[in-house]
Design a protein around this ligand. Structure first.
Ligand SMILES: Nc1ncnc2c1ncn2[C@@H]1O[C@H](COP(=O)(O)OP(=O)(O)OP(=O)(O)O)[C@@H](O)[C@H]1O
Length: 296
């Protein structure tokens, strides 16, 4: 379990992260989303002991990262896959990490196999594509058989097959009780992979909850034979609505309220149902369009 409580990070006059709190439960994959400069990397760096918070705490299985006796056995971290030493082979990279972690060498070949890099194990990392480096980064994160994974943009540079492979790997990991947080810009990938979302904008948490709940539609979708007349009738009845591109209206009211208002105005309805969610992209833009916070 990951617990972040009132984390704040200031750099001089800029507040990168402000009073951020959330938890990530075992058995779940949480997507950590936000536009460029929102504070994702800073939060993940504070979580993994790389950046000291100005205030607040972040713990993994109840301990601060710095207080974990052998952190790699508890939490697998991949913050920047591109930063791996280009002169070492994939296998050498993992062997070095294995010796630091104190895990048997056999685990290295197991992990190379698990991430599909066995045939490239003896090539230098400098010759790897970004997708291959991501695979190596994930192998490295899994080496110590951790219960928690913290991954910054793990799908970056991966082709669709690689993304699908990683999704399966993470979902298996979570299904076995693992805890995963991953940041991503790839909204489609996030929507297909995660079960919970934490959205950050301007250094603050702007949404936190189950993916399904956050994406659930609100209000009622209605379509009339006379779209303009229906719009006028519902507006006159005091209902708040938003016209959709295809002539339908999304109304902040129950289906019954919409049906009654339409009937009272003699409007003929051809569709009346609960509104679908707007999709992750729409939600993302709605939530993160606020200006970036500057320090007080
Ligand atoms: N070392 C630093 N010194 C000064 N400001 C910093 C530093 N690191 C981050 N910032 C600022 O903090 C804010 C948050 O940056 P951060 O890298 O955490 O965002 P992010 O959400 O990870 O963005 P991206 O998606 O672009 O990686 C930005 O305004 C950034 O310029």
């Amino acid at each position: 379990m990951i617990t972040v409580e009132n984390l704040t990070k200031r750099y001089g006059g800029t507040t990168a992260v402000q009073d951020v709190s959330f938890t990530v439960q075992p058995g779940s994959i949480t997507g950590f989303l936000g536009p460029n400069g929102a504070g994702k990397s800073t939060t993940l760096r504070m979580l993994t002991g790389l950046t000291p918070p100005t205030s607040g705490t972040a713990t993994i299985t109840g301990k601060r990262y710095a207080d974990l006796p052998n952190p790699g056995r508890v939490v697998g971290v991949m913050l920047d896959a591109a930063a791996q030493h280009p002169g070492r082979t994939g296998r050498e990279t993992l062997l070095l990490n294995a010796s630091l972690l104190g895990v048997p060498k056999g685990r290295v070949d197991e992990m190379l196999e698990a991430v599909g890099l066995t045939s490239a194990a003896k090539r230098r990392v400098g010759q790897y594509s970004l997708g291959m480096r991501q695979r190596l980064g994930i192998a490295s994160a899994l080496l110590g058989d951790p219960a928690v994974l913290i991954l910054d943009e793990p799908a970056n540079g991966m082709d669709p097959e690689g993304i699908r492979w990683m999704r399966g790997l993470l979902q298996d990991f979570a299904a076995r009780g693992g805890t995963v947080i991953l940041s991503s810009h790839l909204l489609g990938e996030v929507q297909a992979t995660v079960d919970r979302l934490v959205v950050i904008g301007g250094g603050r948490i702007v949404a936190n909850g189950a993916l399904e709940e956050l994406l659930a539609g609100s209000g009622t979708l209605v379509r009339g034979l006379d779209p303009i007349g229906l719009n006028q009738a519902l507006t006159a009845a005091g209902l708040r609505l938003e016209p959709l591109q295809d002539g339908a209206l999304r109304v902040d009211a129950t289906a019954e309220q919409v049906g009654r208002a339409a009937a009272a105005a003699g409007q003929i309805l051809i569709e009346l149902r609960q509104s679908d969610g707007a999709g992750l992209e729409e939600l993302f833009f709605q939530l993160t369009s606020a200006p970036v916070a500057e320090a007080a």
